[in-house]
Ligand binder design. Structure first.
Ligand SMILES: Nc1ncnc2c1ncn2[C@@H]1O[C@H](COP(=O)(O)OP(=O)(O)O)[C@@H](O)[C@H]1O
Ligand SMILES: [Mg+2]
Length: 138
């Protein structure tokens, strides 16, 4: 296939949040990927995208589609994650009151990404930003 896509995500922009994952859902449907595969990819990507909106300043989502896999790389400028192991725990959240009032900040995103991505790799530098790399196989 060899399809490449790129989306920008703005921190705090809840009105456009989720657009990368909904575009990818449509694309995968057109390519007739199995619905169960699409579901896991879209959940993982949505959570990662929402983490940029909820926690970072801005970010770029890069999607690359091959015959056998999709790779999703989300690179943001933001506060970074000081303790990734702690952040991965279900229920852990540093979401602001404002973010919680919008219905986000349950602390389940990273755990959902772990569950739904075939491969998940997170690197982060405090005060600089976070990069999430996920791969799912078809
Ligand atoms: N891109 C990110 N930049 C900075 N911190 C993040 C990012 N993604 C996750 N985190 C940190 O990890 C915590 C847990 O994330 P998550 O499981 O998605 O829960 P939630 O987003 O509901 O807080 C967040 O509260 C935040 O402290
Ligand atoms: Mg989250």
């Amino acid at each position: 296939m060899g399809i490449e896509q790129q989306y920008t995500v703005k921190g705090g922009d809840f009105s456009h949040a989720g657009s990368a994952s909904s575009h990818v859902r449509k694309l995968l449907k057109q390519l007739e990927i199995a619905p169960e595969k699409i579901r896991r990819i879209v959940i993982a990507l949505y959570e990662a995208e929402m983490n940029i909106v909820a926690h970072a300043i801005s970010g770029i989502v890069r999607i690359s589609l091959e015959n056998d896999a999709i790779t999703m790389v989300l690179e943001d400028q933001g506060p970074g994650i000081p303790d990734i192991e702690q952040a991965m725990k279900e229920g852990f959240s540093t979401a602001s009151r404002k973010v919680r009032e919008m219905g986000f900040g349950a602390g389940m995103g990273l755990a959902n990404m772990k569950r739904n991505a075939d491969l998940l790799e997170i690197t982060s530098t405090v005060g600089v930003g976070t990069t999430v790399r996920m791969t799912n196989y078809f």
